[in-house]
Write a protein that binds this ligand. Structure first.
Ligand code: DAH
Length: 345
């Protein structure tokens, strides 16, 4: 019997040692300590022994059972520690590896210009107004003193949605909405930046979608001199100190008088260069005194108040400021172009 026990012990120790996983070890436990296991079989054999041999045999089987249990437990701990080591090795964080670079976007150059204009005018007590890009003919044209048969409609090739609905061709549409909304209340002092659309063929200087910023001031005793001072301040802030502006007579249906505004060339300081084509001046916007008829149509008495307005193209400002020679760059989403503006954020 003792021989048999030694054999079971040897087999058990061998099986425990060669179990490489907790699952395999579990099988070994069942094989030796389970109800149908070999140690239980020895216990069962006890009943056939002579009475006087039973106690000693029982003790030996118990000792065997204890030893196998102990060895199983030791191996279990060993395997668990090994698994932990292995897991730690696999999950190890190599803090010397270079980090993952998070890509961040840059603010679009046109938005940079818009923000700069907003800051500049908010600083002078203006508010910033918004309006719809899908606009009614009424605000885009009628209220701006451009009735249906007016030749000025041809100046602005329009995307019509239906005879009364269009994509706004200028931010002047927002100017009209704001005038109407004011309901005769003075003063008005605001800018309206936004996208506008025209049926143009795209090339280096034309885009069917572009951005403008409208300015509008209405109050008592507002004059062309106020307009000039305001635009001078704007030119100096946007293009650097030392800029001057000049007015040239022009025509817009919604202003009287109307002017085209030039700024002294920021590249040559007005001496004449290739950018200003030798003239020393660069045209940047259209402006004028709000037409009395426009004031009247919007419920203001032109005898009691007056106003100035201007509309500036943001692409034009951005192209001049950043030295960009093709307007299509703003709309083709080339990251090499857009990333250049990260330093202006
Ligand atoms: N709406 C004009 C355009 O798109 C620009 C403009 C000119 C706006 C004179 C004005 C203005 O407010 O007074 O060409």
């Amino acid at each position: 019997m003792s021989e048999q026990m030694d054999q079971v012990l040897a087999e058990a120790l061998e099986a425990i040692q060669s179990a490489e996983t907790p699952e395999a070890l579990g099988d070994v436990r069942i094989r030796f300590l389970g109800k149908k296991g070999s140690i239980q079989a020895l216990m069962s054999a006890m009943k056939d022994l002579p009475k006087e041999e039973k106690p000693a045999f029982g003790q030996q089987v118990n000792a065997l059972k204890a030893e196998v249990s102990e060895k199983l437990e030791a191996r279990r701990k060993e395997l668990e520690a090994g698994a932990l080591q292995e897991k730690m090795k696999q999950d190890a964080l190599d803090i010397t590896l270079p980090g993952e670079k998070l890509e961040t976007g840059t603010i679009h150059p046109l938005i940079l210009i818009q923000q700069e204009l907003e800051d500049l005018f908010l600083g002078m007590g203006y508010t910033v107004a918004e309006g719809p890009e899908v606009e009614q003919d009424y605000y885009n044209f009628e209220l701006a003193n451009i009735p249906k048969d007016h030749p000025a409609r041809d100046m602005q090739d329009t995307f019509y949605i239906d005879p009364n609905t269009l994509l706004r061709t200028h931010t002047t549409a927002m100017q009209m909405r704001e005038l109407e909304k004011a309901n005769g209340q003075l003063p008005i002092k605001l800018i309206c930046p936004g996208k506008v659309y025209r049926r143009d063929d795209d090339d280096a200087t034309h885009s069917h979608q572009f951005m403008q910023c409208e300015g509008l001031v209405v109050g008592e005793h507002i004059t062309l001199a106020d307009l000039k001072g305001t635009l001078e301040y704007m030119a100096n802030t946007m293009f650097g100190a030392g800029r001057s502006v000049r007015f040239r007579p022009s025509y817009f249906p919604f202003t009287e008088p109307s002017v085209e505004v030039d700024v002294s060339c920021p590249f040559c300081n007005g001496k004449g260069c290739s950018v200003c084509k030798g003239s020393g001046w660069i045209e940047i916007l259209g402006a004028g005194m709000v037409h009395p008829h426009v004031l009247e149509m919007n419920g203001f008495d032109p005898e009691k108040c007056s106003g100035f307005a201007f509309g500036v193209g943001l692409e034009r400002v951005a192209m001049l400021k950043y030295g960009i020679d093709d307007i299509r760059n703003f709309y083709t989403n080339d990251l090499r172009f857009l990333k250049m503006f990260d330093r202006f954020d």
